[in-house]
Design a protein around this ligand. Sequence first.
Ligand SMILES: Cc1ncc(COP(=O)(O)O)c(C=O)c1O
Length: 337
Amino acid sequence: MRARLNQFPRISYGPLPTPLEPLSRLTRQLAGPQVWVKRDDGIGPGMGGNKGRKLGFLLAEVLAQGKRKVATFGGLQSNHARMTAAACAGLGLEAHLFLFEKRPSSLQGNLLLDQLFGAKLHFIPFGGGGDASMTLEQTNRLVKLVARAVAGRSLYFMPVGGHTVTGCLGYVDAALELQEQVAALGLEKVALVTAVGTGGTLAGLMAGFHLLQSPIRLLGIDIGKLWKAFPASIARLASELCAALGEPHTFAPADVPMIEGTYAGPGYSVFTEDTAVAIRTLARTEGIILDPVYTGKAFAGLLDLIRQGAFAPDETVIFLHTGGLPGLWAYEQELSG
Ligand SMILES: Cc1ncc(COP(=O)(O)O)c(C=O)c1O
């Protein structure tokens, strides 16, 4: 599979492989399965996160197509937008970020970084989604039209979260990396848990584990209730990834291993008390920080599942830390105390 992945151009953002570490103090406290963490929060550019794996393939495609401008979109605290802005700055490209909310009075967290990276910020205070009235694909088509109209020619449009075959090759690659680490450590009965926002990380891992015939059990935790017919979108992308890598396989929506809605709280980016508890728990047992929008919510879900006995005591549960830390500084009030 490595040879097949290497056929696609890529810029190397790293450092890779990311560490896979046991969380011994947390495991003792929970008295359930062994809990480990995979540190994708350390992948660059621009202060890290899962989007680095996707952007490596996406930005290589931008350069191969000779485009000078990149447009993408997301919520105000989009980590994907922030890392796209950083990657573009490093390559001398113009980044256009479409943020479907009113411009806040001060730019905090990811927004502050977007500005530091020199991205052009387009605040559009309507149609921000979050009500799951459109599919992810419909939303992308609509924003692409807006981006073309605003940013003009020579534009590479990147769907929300880098949700494309090219981008999500990054998480097929991650599946291979993790499989090798798990084998080298001799870990058995392994489950991997990840936050799901646009679903590309989950789709890449689904395709990767399928192609590797990996025994690793995969579980995604939806953090936003963002999209209509979301499992169908993830299944389609995972199927397209298998085809792109030369081994067609069709995933059905029911094959998508995702808990949808249960742990999303009132909605995307709406802070919950469970998230605060999860962030404090990991911070105080292991000195590792989670973010308030994605990893904190997903980790709260994981803690609940462990409490409910969803994992056997002899299982090893790996939490994929997908980053997002700059978002902390947009939630100072909620987290202090
Ligand atoms: C920090 C963080 N974790 C997880 C995710 C979810 O990844 P995906 O969009 O591939 O589902 C995102 C982005 O959406 C993110 O920024």
